[in-house]
Design a protein. Structure first.
Length: 275
């Protein structure tokens, strides 16, 4: 009984120590940079049409080589066939812009031991792998007005003409990234990161079909706006390639981070790094 009483007396001290230890391993910060996309309207142009983006991040350092990483990001992606160097893509004449909202969590692996403020372990490169939920909403300008393309159904989605329902704008992605970071004094770190997101949708750009539908049929099923936006090609041929149904879209973030450690450094932090 006395051992239970002793444990009861010591429990507040244990909890306080554990809370302080958790704070010492925790970092909070933000990232600024840019986002871009790879897909039917931009197949190979990495860093092309990059838009400003930002994120908040939380990192819990399990030990000096491994951390749990959570972040919430906002950015936007866009592409326009008018910018293509290929005449057949300029003739296709499609364009879009979409906001990207993302929340993600996963693991960050340091290549070398690292702790903010440590006199010896001042910097490291790292590898990041996460799972994320993201929301997108492709839009275009039509007759001077912004149009939400998913609602229009430019490929006959949700009608007898299309084989698919209207796509879901909240999806899952797999962020994979590389970065490096360095101590800035005893409390802060600075980092640079590049991460690309594997998605399971082909509609970030609203383009998922290989071919066009007949404009008259699409107008009858979904309205004239759908017909006009479904085939914007300059020569108005329905026999050109609208997209590539065999591939999925990707999006990427590149930027810089600044984080601050929430507590004092842990004395046992490096002891667990090799176990």
């Amino acid at each position: 009984m006395r051992y239970f009483f002793l444990l009861f007396l010591l429990l507040p001290e244990i909890l306080i120590a554990q809370r302080a230890n958790n704070r010492s391993r925790s970092e909070l910060g933000f990232m600024v940079g840019g986002t871009y996309y790879i897909g039917d309207l931009n197949q190979f142009g990495h860093f092309k049409n990059m838009d400003p983006a930002g994120a908040l991040l939380y990192r819990f350092n399990i030990h000096s080589r491994l951390a749990l990483r959570f972040n919430a990001m906002y950015g936007s992606v866009q592409a326009d066939d008018k910018d293509s160097r290929y005449s057949q893509l300029r003739n296709r004449n499609l364009n879009f812009k979409s906001d990207i909202w993302e929340v993600a969590g996963g693991l960050e692996f340091n290549y070398w031991p690292f702790q903010i403020g440590h006199p010896r372990y001042k910097g490291t490169a790292y590898f990041l792998i996460q799972i994320a939920a993201f929301h997108f909403n492709p839009k275009t300008i039509y007759n001077g007005q912004e149009v939400v393309l998913q609602k229009v159904g430019t490929e006959g989605q949700g009608t007898a003409l299309g084989s698919k329902n209207k796509y879901i704008r909240t999806q899952v992605s797999l962020p994979i990234g590389l970065g490096c970071r360095f101590s800035l004094g005893k409390k802060m770190s600075f980092g640079i990161e590049y991460g690309i997101r594997k998605t399971f949708t082909d509609y970030i750009d609203d383009v998922g079909s290989n071919s066009y539908l007949a404009s008259a049929d699409l107008a009858a099923a979904s309205g004239q706006i759908a017909a006009n936006l479904g085939n914007k090609s300059l020569n108005q041929s329905r026999y050109g390639a609208r997209g590539d149904a065999s591939t999925k879209d990707w999006y990427a973030f590149v930027g810089m981070s600044l984080t601050i450690r929430l507590g004092k450094p842990s004395k046992c932090f490096f002891n667990s790094a090799y176990y």
